[in-house]
Design a protein around this ligand. Structure first.
Ligand SMILES: Cc1ncc(COP(=O)(O)O)c(C=O)c1O
Length: 396
């Protein structure tokens, strides 16, 4: 298929996302657009609850978490039973950390200062359980020097929780090199693929990563409330999460008192009742991404992000995202004068983007965005800077 036909083919999906008719939607790094099918999915949830009541558990609700987990697995290169579903990514990290006691000497956790803050907050709190957290700093606010990161991972390192794509700059880390180094010294890598899944092709099994976590609400267009936890097959049954519950028990419906008899599949990492409405809501998005194909999405993403970078540089703005295609995810962070106010004015004009301190305005085209939307957002930003339009909006 030629690039042109491929792009036209991807753009056919626009009609499935109503918000694209009303806004310039360039914020899929934060919340992917809602596919229209979600109305029907949620109505189906309500209908089932209303008509079947408690019988619905037996008629499909208990199965739903594994059905959705396996569908997700197909998008990230995980096998059946490799994934368990949780409420958010921070909690998946908590389940992982609860498998370890951080006893010295192997109690070191290596992280980067560009990590998503929630994950830093979480691991820094694990210091009270004995963790020693070493934070490798970025020098340019875009990437993290690989040699310093690799050097920090040593024989005392237990865990390396790391985003594959850094949320601030969309820097794509060299996961292979990091996993290889970690395994050489006996450490385990927790790869946060939240900013990658759905826009950067992933093959978790081939990567031999120990853990991977992420959510469906960004590039997978699945909405809030579903996060996934992947555990390497041969590692799974050696781990015993302390954050656990009845759904991780081999016989949950026997309601046995006493210690848990753990399952030996991905459900070993579960705890309580699944987030059913979210499991319904996420399915149309996952299906669209499956059909669109992440390889094709990646090609289009590289093309659209290149256009953004060129447009920003031509206007003399600072690009806080790698120029090299192999080093960047789906977002372009652009710093320009009064970036925060400009971002607010863009949103007021229905051009949906966001602002992050240290990054600037983040623009995130997905497979459903036109080239013209990129050009429109850039020219509007230029006009806003030139006219200081936000001042008029405030005084209006
Ligand atoms: C890379 C990354 N990890 C984690 C999170 C937050 O995850 P949660 O709110 O599901 O805990 C985000 C949110 O934007 C993120 O970009």
């Amino acid at each position: 298929m030629s690039t042109r036909t491929m792009d036209e083919d991807l753009l056919q999906w626009r009609r499935e996302f109503p918000i694209l008719n009303r806004t310039t939607y360039l914020i899929s790094n934060s919340l992917g657009a809602m596919p229209r099918g979600v109305h029907q999915s949620l109505a189906e949830y309500a209908r089932t609850w209303e008509e079947r009541g408690v019988r619905a558990w037996e008629e499909g609700w208990w199965e739903l978490a594994s059905v959705v987990a396996d569908r997700l697995g197909g998008l990230v290169g995980a096998g059946p039973g490799d994934i368990s579903l949780h409420q958010n990514v921070t909690l998946t990290q908590a389940v992982i950390a609860s498998c370890f006691d951080f006893a010295p000497p192997r109690n070191k956790v290596v992280m980067v200062d560009m990590e998503f803050p929630s994950i830093l907050y979480f691991y820094l709190e694990q210091r009270r359980r004995g963790a020693r957290v070493e934070i490798v700093k970025s020098e340019d606010g875009i990437g993290v020097p690989l040699d310093r990161l690799l050097k920090a991972i040593d024989e005392e390192t237990l865990l390396v929780p790391l985003s594959l794509v850094l949320f601030r700059s969309a820097y794509l880390m060299d996961a292979r090199a990091i996993i290889e180094r970690a395994h050489r010294v006996g450490a385990l890598v927790v790869l946060d693929v939240f900013q990658a899944a759905g826009t950067v092709p992933l093959d978790l099994r081939a990567l031999a990563v120990d853990f991977a976590v992420g959510g469906v609400l960004k590039w997978l267009c699945g909405g809030a409330g579903v996060a996934y936890l992947y555990v390497r097959h041969d590692l799974r049954n050696r781990l015993a999460p302390a954050i656990t519950g009845w759904l991780a028990h081999k016989r949950p419906f026997a309601f046995e008192a006493g210690p848990i008899d753990r399952r030996e599949d991905g459900f070993r990492f579960l705890n309580g009742t699944p987030n059913l409405p979210a499991l319904y809501a996420c399915q149309p998005g996952l299906e669209v991404i499956r059909q669109a194909g992440v390889e094709r999405i990646r090609q289009r993403s590289l093309h659209l992000t290149e256009r953004l970078i060129e447009g920003a540089l031509a206007r003399g703005w600072t690009v806080n995202t790698p120029r090299q295609p192999a080093e960047r995810g789906g977002t372009v962070s652009i710093d320009l004068p009064h970036a925060r106010e400009v971002a607010q004015e863009l949103v007021a004009r229905n051009i949906l983007v966001d602002y992050r301190p240290g990054a600037g305005i983040r623009l995130s085209p997905h497979f459903y965005n036109h080239e013209e939307e990129i050009d429109f957002a850039l020219s509007q930003a230029e006009e806003i800077v030139a006219t200081r339009a936000w001042e008029r909006r405030v005084s209006r």
